[in-house]
Ligand binder design. Structure first.
Ligand SMILES: Cc1cc2nc3c(=O)[nH]c(=O)nc-3n(C[C@H](O)[C@H](O)[C@H](O)COP(=O)(O)O)c2cc1C
Length: 208
C-alpha cells in the first residue's frame, strides 16, 4: 500500500509510529524556575551527536490540551534537564509518569520514585534508573504544523555529564542485558532486548 500523509491511511490506527521502531525512551526530569520537579517519558527521543554529545526529544500534540507540555516549558525556563533510562524493572513507574497531570505535579511522588541529586544541573535524577544523562539546553525548534493544530517542538540538549551504574558495566563495556532497557513500538506495545547480534562495518572497496 501507499498513502499520501495528507490523506487517510485507511488502516485501523495511524501506522506512523508503528513504522519507526523500536524507539528509545527518554525519561526526562526537569524543574521550573520555582524548583517544582517534573518527570515524563518521550519516545520521539534519540542521541544525535557524539562530540559534544547531544540528544533530542520532541513534544508533540494538540496545543488545545493545555499548551506546552511541562517538560518543554520547564526546560525553556531553566535550560536544564536529565534523561533517565527507562528499564524493564521501571516500566510501570515510567508509564505512571506519562499521565497528563496538572502543571506542578511531581511525578517522582506519583510513581514512588527516589530523587538523586545531579552534579552539573539542577533537576534531580531517578535514583532507581541505572543511567542518567545530565543535559543543558542547546535549542528548541518549532516544527511544521497542519490543520490539526498540533504543535511539534524539538528540544536539543548538550549532555554535560553521564552517570552509569557499575552494575551494568562488565569488562569495560555496557552489558545490555544487565541494563535491560525498554523501547516503544506502535499502539500500546513495547519491546525488550532479548537477542543481540554483531556486524563489522565494511571498508571500501567492499570485499566479496
Ligand atoms: C512511552 C511513552 C512515550 C511517549 N513519547 C512521547 C513523545 O515522544 N512526545 C510526546 O509529546 N509525548 C510522548 N508521550 C506522552 C507524554 O509522556 C505525556 O504527554 C506526558 O503527560 C507529558 O508530560 P509533561 O507535560 O510533564 O512533559 C509518551 C508517553 C509514553 C508512555
Amino acid at each position: 500500500m501507499f498513502y499520501a500523509t495528507n490523506e487517510h491511511h485507511g488502516l485501523r490506527h495511524n501506522p506512523f509510529n508503528a513504522l519507526i521502531v523500536p524507539r528509545p525512551i527518554g525519561w526526562i526530569s526537569s524543574q521550573d524556575a520555582a524548583g517544582r520537579v517534573n518527570l515524563a517519558p518521550y519516545s520521539f527521543f534519540n542521541g544525535v551527536a557524539y562530540h559534544p554529545p547531544q540528544v533530542m526529544f520532541s513534544a508533540t500534540g494538540p496545543h488545545s490540551q493545555g499548551g506546552d507540555k511541562d517538560s518543554l516549558a520547564n526546560i525553556r525556563e531553566t535550560g536544564e534537564f536529565v534523561v533517565n533510562l527507562a528499564t524493564w524493572e521501571l516500566r510501570e513507574q515510567m508509564n505512571l509518569t506519562a499521565a497528563p497531570a496538572p502543571r506542578g505535579t511531581d511525578e517522582f511522588e506519583v510513581a514512588g520514585l527516589t530523587k538523586a541529586p545531579a552534579r552539573l544541573v539542577a533537576p534531580p535524577r531517578v535514583a532507581e534508573s541505572p543511567v542518567h544523562l545530565e543535559c543543558k539546553l542547546v535549542e528548541q525548534v518549532e516544527l511544521l504544523t497542519d490543520e490539526t493544530g498540533d504543535r511539534n517542538i524539538v528540544t536539543f540538549g548538550h549532555v554535560v555529564g553521564i552517570h552509569i551504574d557499575e552494575r551494568i558495566i562488565k569488562d569495560g563495556v555496557i552489558d545490555i542485558h544487565a541494563m535491560n532497557p525498554i523501547s516503544r513500538l506502535g499502539g500500546k506495545d513495547y519491546a525488550r532486548v532479548t537477542e543481540v547480534f554483531a556486524m563489522t562495518r565494511p571498508s571500501w572497496p567492499v570485499e566479496g
